[in-house]
Design a protein around this ligand. Structure first.
Ligand code: PMP
Length: 355
């Protein structure tokens, strides 16, 4: 026991941080873009990073204005955050109530559960069925008068399912009836074109989250966006740090929005690579799961954990295996261009030979 005060919820929280030393490896483990943005584009944006630029505190308004225009919303609907990571913390801090519940699904993106633990919120997770479908009925009935926040990832990560409009509306009706807010995490928008943005712009209690870490390939910069009703944005602004998003992130974000042809190209390259990966694996007799994000599951012939460990050790190829019983036979592979997928496939054939 320490001799100083530690918040008991933070003391109890156990963290496992992502692995380091991934530079130079072939990265198919964290749903980044394995190749990143075109080099010429990155170099041209860096030209704008002058001593004056670095000396001035970040000014997010211009990016937020551009982003609002980009999605057809008003400036008051949009708030930039230090990655969606920070957006999740702000939202749970602002709209969560100690001891009351946050309804999500499991398995899902871990930071929802971890932030509940840190903030003393009750994490209520609806588990996927054995066939990796989710029963919307179970989500609806997990929402009760203790629920302050409901979280839907559309598509979910790691299980790449999506929700229909009808399913979302059932959840919304139930959330409305108990006064809960609904967060729709669209980190994987662009890989999956449908969006529930219109709900965030027309309902008082719906939030959509977007990130620049996935299709926009800026995971290092940390740039996320909260889109919601101006009143929700106002309360989150009360909670936020003065300068959480840095100027380099804002600059890169703006320049990406200035280049719709770049966005189109990124979408096309990933879609082509993913189609190629799935068809090649299936042609070779592998069972695959086509997720709606920039990732797929494949069931190797050899034990999944072993294959992942050997890919890392022998080939410097990083993929994601799972301890969760629903996913333990699979590895998750983040998708990228056809060339990136060829790098994965060549090493995978070599490691996952028939015994
Ligand atoms: N939401 C989901 C569903 C994710 O999968 C991730 C990252 N894997 C995030 C949020 C966090 O993204 P960011 O880099 O913007 O913090």
């Amino acid at each position: 026991m320490s001799h100083y005060y530690v918040d008991p919820d933070i003391m109890r929280t156990e963290r496992v941080f992502p692995m380091q030393g991934r530079y130079g490896a072939y990265r198919f483990d964290m749903n980044e873009n394995p190749e990143g943005l075109p080099k010429g584009f990155v170099e041209s944006v860096l030209q704008e990073v002058t001593p004056e630029f670095l000396a001035i505190y970040p000014e997010p308004d211009r990016f937020q204005h551009k982003y609002a225009e980009f999605i057809g919303a008003k400036d008051e609907n949009v708030l930039a955050t230090n990655g969606t990571d920070m957006a999740i913390r702000y939202l749970l801090e602002t709209f969560g109530e100690r001891g009351k519940s946050v309804v999500t699904v499991s398995p899902s993106f871990e930071m929802y559960r971890i932030n509940c633990s840190i903030l003393g919120l009750k994490h209520v997770a609806v588990t996927y069925e054995d066939d990796l479908t989710i029963d919307i009925e179970k989500i609806v009935s997990a929402i009760d008068t203790d629920t302050r926040i409901v979280v839907l990832l559309n598509p979910n990560n790691p299980i790449g399912n999506t929700y229909t409009e009808e399913e979302l509306e059932r959840v919304l009706r139930r959330a409305d009836s108990v006064g809960a807010i609904v967060i729709i995490d669209e980190a994987y928008h662009y890989f999956y074109p449908n969006t529930f943005l219109r709900y965030a712009l027309s309902h008082k209690n719906v939030v959509v989250l977007r990130t620049f870490s996935k299709l926009f390939s800026l995971a290092a910069c940390r740039l996320g966006v909260i889109i919601s009703d101006p009143e929700i944005i106002h309360y989150v602004k009360n909670a936020k740090l003065s300068f959480d998003v840095n100027s380099i992130a804002l600059l890169f974000g703006e320049r990406i929005l200035d280049h719709p042809e770049l966005i189109k190209d990124l979408i096309q390259r990933e879609a082509e690579g993913k189609r190629y990966l799935l068809s090649t694996l299936r042609k070779n007799g592998y069972e695959c799961r086509d997720c709606a994000g920039n990732y797929v599951f494949v069931k190797p012939r050899n034990p999944a954990k072993e294959v992942a460990a050997r890919l890392e050790k022998e080939k410097r190829v990083l993929v994601h295996p799972y301890g969760n019983p629903l996913l333990k036979d699979y590895i998750r592979i983040s998708t990228g261009s056809k060339q990136a997928m060829d790098i994965f496939l060549e090493t995978f054939w070599d490691i996952d030979k028939n015994n």
